[in-house]
Design a protein around this ligand. Structure first.
Ligand SMILES: O=C(O)CCC(=O)C(=O)O
Ligand SMILES: [Fe+2]
Length: 428
């Protein structure tokens, strides 16, 4: 990653959301969509340390909160809607055309809340449970996944920050059954609708859209079975060493998401890939083999489509980094460039391959660090987005997610929390 302009919860500058331009794609939805604003919070999210420079080379920090200058947008919450969302087709798990959320994105404290064993129906979006890794806890559930354990040490019943403790792991799938929660079964109607949609996709194949040279979206590419598998894999890795934590900066500011790195660890403080996570000395888990296959195939599928359309193909790559983000309600990520990979990788335009699972998200992208000029596409569960070649350095970000938009079947099969799982693969 590079230049994650991931928005931060402490600090000062407004997040500056403004009216977006219209990309004019035939797949765009015309209804106006309000951009998420920060009105709920007195403390606006802030830009990244690098935000003073708008030139590409200087924005080398992935986590940069690449938002417009405050003076350009003193009242971001009053500004006009974002551009229409590019929307090719529903993903396999998304059978209700859920509108992109316009809820505020800044109403989640990025500080961990008290330890809770509440079920995932809770409205609390910050499930930073002190889940112990298998080795730490010495207890395994029947399926081999470490269960939530009691907190070790006395910190007043409050979990330590995920980024300061190897004990705290964010569990994306707290087991409702084990915590006494009520499990809501999807209705027959919803299930049938999902089945019909799956059949349709299987028959027609994924819909591929070239958003710009080097940038492709494959709608509904990840099968529902693979989505379930990936969620379970991420959950298992996420509660172990090097698992999900809440990244932040030395000044205490937090990113509005939970993160886990596979292969190599990306450090928000230094904007570099490092062998161990400085906050807890954990090593990143390995990238599971089947992830590699999926990435390779997604690039191939995209290139077949690009060739048919006489475009320039995207270089293939062997990912050695996967950054897994989990966005709960209020989760977001400011405009940034992914520029912390090696010079060679960047120069060759080796792509970033992004898999989305769970809740829908708005995704902004553009040539400049300016949300007003950014285009917008809706990312749904099962979608794969690839940007490489001449689009490798695009600015991109996630202003908001629609936390309750994930398919019931996926939730039922995985116990995934309301939220969005995103995996971005890169080659260093
Ligand atoms: O969540 C997404 O879709 C984008 C994530 C991203 O840009 C990143 O991890 O660098
Ligand atoms: Fe990124």
């Amino acid at each position: 990653m590079s230049g994650h302009p991931r928005n931060r919860s402490a600090g000062g500058k407004p997040d500056g959301r403004r009216k977006q331009t219209n990309a004019g794609s035939p797949t765009q939805l015309k209804p106006k969509i309000k951009v998420a604003s920060d009105e709920s919070s007195g403390s606006a999210s802030v830009d990244h340390k690098d935000d003073s420079s708008l030139t590409g080379e200087c924005i080398s920090n992935k986590m940069s909160s690449l938002t417009p200058k405050p003076d350009l947008n003193p009242h971001p919450q009053e500004k006009s809607p974002l551009p229409p969302v590019k929307h090719a087709s529903p993903g396999r798990w998304n059978f209700q055309p859920t509108p992109v959320s316009s809820h505020s994105t800044d109403n989640v404290s990025e500080q961990p809340k008290s330890v809770s064993t509440s079920n995932s129906d809770s409205k609390d979006s910050n499930h930073l449970h002190p889940v112990l890794s298998k080795s730490q806890q010495g207890i395994e559930s029947q399926d081999g996944i470490a269960e939530k354990g009691k907190q070790i040490g006395d910190n007043g019943g409050k979990p330590e920050d995920g980024d300061h403790s190897s004990m705290s792991r964010f569990d994306i799938c707290p087991k409702k059954a084990n915590t006494g929660g009520v499990k809501l079964k999807p209705s027959l109607h919803a299930k049938n609708k999902e089945k019909r949609n799956q059949k349709k996709l299987a028959a027609e194949g994924p819909i591929i859209d070239i958003l710009r040279p080097g940038m492709v979206i494959i709608k509904g590419y990840i099968s529902s079975d693979d989505q379930v598998k990936m969620v379970k894999t991420c959950r298992e890795l996420g509660i172990g060493d090097g698992g999900f934590y809440q990244p932040g900066y030395s000044d205490g500011a937090k990113l509005h998401l939970k993160m886990m790195c596979l292969g190599r660890n990306w450090d928000p403080q230094s904007s570099q890939y490092v062998d161990t996570r400085p906050t807890d000395n954990s090593k990143p888990p390995k990238i599971p083999d089947y992830f590699h296959d999926m990435v390779k195939k997604a690039i191939q599928v995209s290139n077949v489509h690009i060739q048919k359309n006489k475009g320039k193909t995207i270089p293939s790559m062997l990912p050695d980094i996967c950054i897994v983000n989990f966005y709960t309600k209020g989760g977001k990520l400011g405009l940034h460039q992914d520029k912390d990979e090696s010079r060679e990788s960047l120069n060759r335009g080796l792509p970033v391959v992004s898999f989305s699972i769970g809740a829908n998200a708005e995704f902004l992208y553009g040539d400049e660090r300016d949300i007003e000029k950014a285009e917008k596409v809706k990312l749904e569960s099962g979608d794969v987005l690839i940007f490489g070649g001449e689009s490798r350095h695009i600015f991109h970000g996630v202003p908001s997610i629609d936390p309750d938009s994930a398919s019931k079947s996926l939730l039922e099969a995985t116990d995934l929390l309301p939220g969005r799982l995103n995996l971005t693969f890169r080659q260093f």
